[in-house]
Design a binder for this molecule. Sequence first.
Ligand SMILES: [Fe+2]
Length: 382
Amino acid sequence: MTYSFEMLCPNRIVFGCGKAETLPEEVRRLGSSRPLVVTGPRVGKSAVAGSLLALLNEAGLEAGLFDGAEPEPPAHLVEEAGRRIAGEGFDLLIGLGGGSTMDFTKGLSICAADRPLRSMVGRGLVPSKGMATVMIPTTAGSGSEVSPVAVFAFPEEGVKLGLSSPFLTPDAAVVDPLLTVGLPAATTAHTGMDALIHGLESFLSRRSNAMSEVLSLASIREIVPWLERAVRRGDDVEARTHLSLGSLQAGLAFSMAGTAAIHALAYPPGGTFHVPHGLANTVLMTSVLEFNLPACGDRTGRLAEALGLGGLADDEAAEGILSALRRLSSAVGCDIRLRDLGIDREALSGMAKACLKEERLLGNNPRTVTEEDALEIYRRAW
Ligand SMILES: [Fe+2]
């Protein structure tokens, strides 16, 4: 852990039940008069999108709607959409949806100038800021509303790869837990586990610092006691509020400290086998932690405490963490193995090669991961 850090986040983060109504204010504050709401087809048809568009138009803004954002967005679709909206006079993008939609929006903002996304994969390779963005998440998980990261699928290479740049940090985030009420149980579970893993990985990251670790631990304390309840009772506003807050805190934490091997190893199953991001992470979570925790020193005990496992001796803490996380993933219906996702054992060696492309993430991992290590971890999770 270091006492030196750089914190990048939106200029304004507005959080609270009902705060979605402040969207027109945030858009105006950024000097926009013609925003484009970017969303997926399902959210695009929802009452939420309808009422936000009405609010924007009532406020005298000439808002447009693009509802072609796709889950796990393939880079070429983002680039095509960028070409389509160029020249239509939009001056700000509003990303309304889950992590994929917000990443799609970030991609649109920077590829309008016709730069291929593939050339910007990695850290710090986006040459300049694109159109301003306001994010308004409808899930509690990705943290994309505050992060400088966007992940895209590159189908021709069978991988998902991330771009990380200060130019991807949204200009504003409006986080309204009420927008997550009624999300299906499985989506709640996958996105909630993703947020929890952002907290875990940023805490154990080599780039964790005095500011990020406060947010990482807070996010874990916020998510763990409430996730099961939100999965079982989708309309529980109190549980939804804790998850949205925890996801936001985890997003701020990993924006500084990064995520690590769980995310890196989860990208090949996501990219090739189209396993939802949060589920792919959850399937690999305990196998990666089993590998990492012996290298985490006193962080293991502190992590156990944040998970509500106080009073464990150092040598018991790792086992305690692993069983608590196994219990939680099983309680929210994510207790499955790679083989249950239709992945053959023969595919594991290809995945072990592919995950090494995620140098940006593996460099944060508390323990160096070789191809053999990755293969062993995949075997344990299979
Ligand atoms: Fe994630």
